[in-house]
Design a protein. Structure first.
Length: 298
């Protein structure tokens, strides 16, 4: 198999495959496969009508669940090919970050498989109309939070992310990161964000990349960056707000304002990484689905 690092030149093809499979999980999105390739030691292969992805980190190899690249729907054959690949490489057959349905397929094929839940990697998926409208009593606190924010910051505006304000988004990231200098993980995230913004035009054209930037008196204080994951799902990759605005409700504001312009039925706001504060924040928006993830050791 021709394993190689996914590149932005393949964005259109990867996006086509993501759309054809109508994926819900952010880990199967074209943008994430490209942007996070270095972080996760990821490589892809297009072979016999299937898209394969593997991860090599700290001496361990694992695979993503394969997805049809068009026409071929023999899932068992595709998985058996990965079984052969693992044997050739002398590694155990392991699948990373798979959904519940995918786990069930693997466990039917490999009855002795061991599974491990990944609660910190579950995707939080919301109805777009709920995030945009914040309807009903259960969202009352969110509406009040935004109302109080606008009272404190009456000159706040939110505009769509585009060629003219990419630098503003990155300036928010740099301001947000300034309190965490020396954190290797966050600095790697900054590199990924900068790469996405640098190639925003291509990602926007091929993957529907979009976003928003919030300002007060022309000074940016929050941004979000997203792309189309599949015909029914928009994936929010990043959302940042400067701390002085976050405490007033800046995250709630940009979340709602961005959601108002989303045209897909669902918004995937990705995982909580096992962080209790982030988990509570995501649950406070009442997800439509919390998409469970698992590792499977076959």
């Amino acid at each position: 198999m021709d394993w190689h690092t996914a590149t932005i030149q393949e964005a259109a093809r990867l996006q086509e495959i993501s759309a054809a499979n109508d994926v819900l999980a952010n880990s199967y999105g074209a943008v994430n496969s490209i942007l996070y390739a270095r972080k996760y030691g990821a490589s892809i292969a297009l072979h016999d009508g299937w898209l394969y992805e593997r991860f090599c980190r700290e001496g361990l190899t694992s695979f993503a669940f394969p997805h049809s690249a068009g026409g071929n729907r023999d899932t068992e054959k595709a998985i058996r090919l990965l079984e052969e690949e693992a044997k050739r490489e002398g590694t155990a057959l392991t699948f990373s970050n798979v959904t519940l349905k995918e786990k069930e397929v693997l466990c039917r094929m490999f009855p002795e498989a061991r599974t491990e839940p990944l609660p910190g990697m579950a995707d939080y998926i919301y109805l777009t109309e709920n995030l945009a409208l914040l309807p009903g009593k259960k969202y009352g606190r969110k509406r009040n939070h935004i109302h109080q924010f606008m009272k404190a910051h009456p000159d706040c505006t939110v505009t769509a992310l585009g060629p003219d304000n990419l630098k503003d988004a990155l300036s928010v990231e740099d301001g947000w990161l300034s309190d965490s200098s020396g954190n290797a993980g966050l600095e790697e995230e900054r590199r990924i964000i900068a790469s996405a913004l640098e190639d925003f035009g291509t990602y926007a054209r091929e993957c529907g990349m979009t976003g928003a930037v919030a300002y007060e008196d022309g000074v940016p204080f929050a941004f979000c960056l997203a792309s189309i994951l599949s015909p029914s799902v928009t994936d929010v990759h990043f959302e940042k707000c400067l701390p002085s605005y976050a405490q007033d409700g800046g995250y709630a504001l940009i979340n709602q304002e961005f959601s108002k312009g989303v045209t897909t039925q669902y918004i995937n706001r990705e995982e909580d990484l096992g962080l209790e504060g982030l988990r509570k924040a995501k649950l406070s928006y009442f997800p439509h689905v919390v998409l469970e993830k698992f590792d499977v050791y076959c």
